[in-house]
Design a protein around this ligand. Structure first.
Ligand code: ZN
Length: 322
């Protein structure tokens, strides 16, 4: 006798009944780029189908999210003003703070996550405060990150997501939020964030490419899986409510090992390069559109509970209508 696996693949009904992993619009978090200005819905050439929005037009994004059944968003701000210390990042009237308040008004049930970092706001494009040699100073940067996180909490954010990769940032932000009275504002750590080439299109979108050098002195070496687990563990110990692996598809082993080792929900960020690679290949006819769901289900199968993806709207809508 031999194993006849094909019995349970015979038709769509039995395949659906035995499917181990299901995608739902409720798995998705939709990243939104919010820029200064009015009446903006500006296409991002390196990310077909993704736009920079002005605050006054966010209602259109929320309508599309509702149509797709997606109930969580991750906000990135694109300010007009940049300086050495990224002061626009914690301005209570800053673009991302106004976007948070606007979304809270228009869609009270929307789960709003705010990316906490400095690279979109600093003139040098690095994720923290620099010393005279161009090295990002860890402990000096923490205070600025705390100011950003508290300003988001005041604007009505549900969860802050520090993406800077500074040591001790989760603990610092947790204390700052608690002291300001925001004990219920959650923290999602970008715990295992790799110094990846897959971020290229995002840097066009957010205008956040470093003016010199790279981010290898704070983001992780793509070769290191065991170290990723140590970063995840540190963020959990410092008080993270959720942890993230970024990018997603090249790091499925980290999602798998991490989600088995730690009892905390994992998020996977399918980054701009992963998105644009698939999008362009589909547009060129090199790959069928089914690769999009295949790429997302891989993340969930590997252990991610949340999928942060630029495909959230189109896949959410397809799933809803199925
Ligand atoms: Zn950054």
């Amino acid at each position: 006798m031999f194993y006849r696996g094909r019995r349970l693949r015979k038709n769509p009904v039995i395949r659906q009944l035995t499917r181990e992993t299901q995608l739902s619009p409720l798995d998705f978090v939709y990243p939104i780029f919010v820029a200064e200005g009015e009446n903006l819905c500006q296409p991002i050439p390196s990310m077909p189908g993704v736009f920079r929005w002005s605050v006054d037009r966010l209602g259109e994004v929320l309508a599309r999210m509702e149509k797709a059944g997606v109930k969580a968003c991750l906000l990135f701000g694109i300010p007009d003003h940049k300086d050495e210390i990224g002061s626009a990042a914690w301005d209570e009237n800053g673009v991302v703070q106004r976007a948070m308040a606007q979304i809270r008004r228009l869609s009270p049930e929307m789960y709003i996550i705010g990316d906490v970092c400095m690279c979109e706001y600093t003139s040098h494009g690095h994720c923290g405060i620099l010393d005279e040699t161009g090295y990002v100073k860890n402990d000096e940067t923490l205070g600025y990150l705390c100011r950003i996180a508290v300003s988001y909490a005041r604007a009505g954010v549900d969860m802050v997501a520090p993406s800077d990769m500074m040591d001790g940032h989760i603990q610092a932000i947790r204390s700052a939020l608690d002291e300001a009275g925001f004990v219920n504002t959650a923290i999602l750590g970008y715990s295992a964030k790799f110094a990846s080439g897959f971020y290229g299109p995002f840097r066009d979108a957010a205008d956040s490419a470093p003016a010199f050098g790279d981010r290898k002195a704070y983001q992780m070496d793509p070769a290191n899986g065991r170290e990723a687990l140590r970063e995840i563990e540190a963020d959990i110990q410092e008080g993270a409510d959720m942890v993230m692996v970024k990018p997603a598809m090249p790091y499925l082993d980290i999602l798998k090992a991490g989600s088995e080792a730690y009892n905390i929900p994992f998020a996977a960020y399918q980054v701009s390069g992963e998105y644009s690679m698939l999008k362009k290949a589909i547009e060129e006819g090199l790959l069928p559109p089914t690769v999009v769901e295949e790429s997302l289900i891989a993340l969930k199968r590997a252990g991610a509970r949340w999928l942060i993806t630029y495909f959230a709207l189109e896949v959410g809508e397809a799933l809803k209508n199925r």
